[in-house]
Design a binder for this molecule. Structure first.
Ligand code: ZN
Ligand code: FE
Length: 263
């Protein structure tokens, strides 16, 4: 089995374009701009062989036209979002098999941030961790805004991701971790693992090191949006918002709304 490298290429103010490579060929996930991808490929001597898209937002698809300009390569993306440059439309339950680099991916429907948002899950093997590319659905200590979906849809999508194996490496599309942690601490102040993560993440960002990938197990422990049912969280959230919280969807919905106006 070949060893794959997973690299977050920074783009715009806080995007990551993930590249997966076997050392020769590479796949780009959500290339919102072409220039940083091209520069990184040139630096490593990698050849771009395919593009994977999670949703239609410009900061995820804006670089596709330029990247496929010279050599047409397959562009995988959600069937439900009408992205013009997609050559291989996908929806939940589909399977993607790439040969260079060798990648097998299961497609998961994760509506909420956008209506047709998909995630790509790469199951683990004997000597390899599972990986997931989740775009703007799950972030380290946070989740995407609900631009097109409902809180119930997003919660169901996050439940699917949270049910992946704990050791799954989570490749999010933005470096929002520190501001997400500030909000998470307001919702879940007693969470000792979260407080420890705040210090670790701050130290990483001070050195300009990505806080990603995170893992599903870590997110289950520290991400308030995966912990909507936790009694301590519901208690703290209820006190902050002067609400009495009785179920996890209400807890999730209140949290998501609060996050939109949290500074
Ligand atoms: Zn987005
Ligand atoms: Fe985005």
């Amino acid at each position: 089995m070949n060893t794959l490298e997973y690299v977050p290429v920074p783009a715009f103010a806080d995007n990551y374009i993930w590249l997966v490579s076997d050392g020769r060929d590479a796949v780009a996930v959500d290339p919102g701009e072409a220039a940083p991808v091209r520069a990184y490929l040139a630096e490593r001597g990698w050849r771009l062989s395919a593009i994977l898209l999670t949703h239609h937002h410009a900061d995820h698809v804006g670089g596709v036209a330029e990247l496929i300009g010279d050599t047409p390569i397959p562009v995988y993306g959600p069937a439900a979002e009408g992205i013009a440059l997609v050559t291989h439309p996908l929806s939940g339950g589909d399977h993607v098999r790439l040969s260079l680099p060798h990648l097998e991916l299961d497609v998961i429907d994760v509506p909420g941030h956008t209506r047709g948002h998909i995630a790509y899950f790469q199951p683990g093997g004997a000597d390899a961790s599972p990986h997931v590319f989740c775009g703007d659905t799950l972030f380290a200590c946070g989740c995407g805004r609900l631009f097109e979906g409902t809180p119930a849809q997003m919660l169901a999508s996050l439940d699917k991701l949270a049910a992946l194996p704990g050791e799954t490496r989570v490749h999010c599309a933005h470096e929002y971790t520190l501001s997400n942690i500030r909000f998470a601490l307001a919702c879940d102040p007693e969470n000792a693992e979260l407080r420890a993560w705040r210090d670790q993440a701050a130290a990483l960002r001070e050195r300009n090191v990505p806080t990603l990938p995170t893992t599903i197990a870590h997110e289950r422990a520290v991400n308030p949006f995966l912990r909507a049912e936790a009694p301590a969280l519901q208690r703290a959230l209820g006190e902050q918002l002067h609400e009495s919280i009785s179920d996890r969807l209400q807890s999730f919905t209140l949290m998501r709304e609060w996050k939109n106006r949290f500074r």
